[in-house]
Design a binder for this molecule. Structure first.
Ligand SMILES: [Fe+2]
Length: 301
């Protein structure tokens, strides 16, 4: 079985290269990364219509070519709350939405959440699909967070490759777990984790929510994303949203300490492609060391 390749691109952007099928969640690229981006994905999944998740410049490049088949979005990407600028403030822009201004409408499909957050209402009936089979993968949705209103829900995506026995849950900007997530318990290898586990801007510790989420869905691995540093190597421009953390090592260890032995934490660095040995799903960690000089600076002449 060919190996799998995973990459966190910064923010909520994450891609999965399985070989027979490749897909990306919330791709959001800039500068050289955007310039060098190739349309290597069969499917792209967008969790919500905010600018840092539904990014026209990136989508215009990736939703093209021979391989690309479909862009799946939550309803707000197509029918955003109007007027956009008034409703969303800085979170979404008239220039970006609906996304069919930038990607041909026949290449875009709305998915609605299947597993609903009761705080938004359990009696909502949406008029479209909440799961779909795409060749070797099956896609099932959960409700995410940051809904503009209950009728414009956001989506998290559970993508399962049955034959390869591997699955991914990208939660979108989920800020709080809810009971219906138990419906997908034990069906997730890789939880691509977003907002929970952070300390929010006001200083509240959101990590109890992360523990609750882990208990509800019981993933095998946890990949923390949607945080950044101001390292020059990070693929998101300096000073840009999402939140900076002051000490990445401490942040990761804080998460590890919080979840204990419930799940294995995989500390991915943004922009680096990680290889998974299949079928074991074991990360082949690669690193090296190098000298920053060849002649010691104290040597004269
Ligand atoms: Fe976000």
């Amino acid at each position: 079985m060919t190996n799998t390749f995973l990459r966190w691109w910064g923010c909520g952007a994450f891609d999965v290269i399985l070989g027979d099928v490749n897909f990306a969640f919330d791709p959001y690229l800039f500068g050289e990364n955007l310039k060098n981006a190739e349309p290597i994905y069969d499917y792209i999944f967008i969790t919500h219509e905010h600018f840092d998740h539904c990014h026209p410049q990136t989508l215009k490049k990736l939703c093209s070519g021979e391989r690309f088949k479909k862009l799946f979005v939550n309803p707000g990407c197509i029918t955003p709350a109007q007027p956009i600028d008034k409703n969303y403030g800085d979170a979404a822009f008239e220039r970006d939405l609906p996304i069919t201004k930038h990607v041909p409408a026949e290449k875009v499909q709305i998915l609605y959440p299947k597993h609903l957050n009761e705080s938004q209402g359990l009696d909502r009936n949406f008029s479209g699909p909440s799961e779909i089979t795409l060749g070797p993968i099956h896609v099932e949705t959960i409700e995410s967070g940051e809904n503009q209103h209950p009728e414009l829900p956001t989506c998290g995506y559970l993508v399962t490759h049955k034959e390869k026995n591997i699955s991914f849950l990208h939660t979108g900007d989920l800020h709080a777990p809810y009971p219906a997530l138990e419906n997908i318990k034990g069906r997730i290898d890789f939880l691509i984790h977003m907002k929970l586990g952070l300390i929010d801007g006001g200083g509240a510790n959101l990590s109890p929510g992360l523990v609750k989420l882990i208990d509800l869905v019981k993933p095998r691995f946890l990949i923390p994303t949607h945080y950044r540093t101001d390292r020059i190597s990070d693929p998101i421009p300096e000073g840009h949203w999402p939140p900076n953390v002051t000490d990445v090592m401490a942040f990761i260890e804080w998460i590890r300490q919080t979840v204990g032995n419930k799940v294995e934490v995989l500390p991915f660095t943004a922009g680096v492609e990680y290889e998974l040995e299949m079928p074991a799903k074991r990360v082949l960690w690669k690193w090296n060391w190098f000298n920053t000089w060849t002649v010691p600076p104290w040597r004269e002449g």
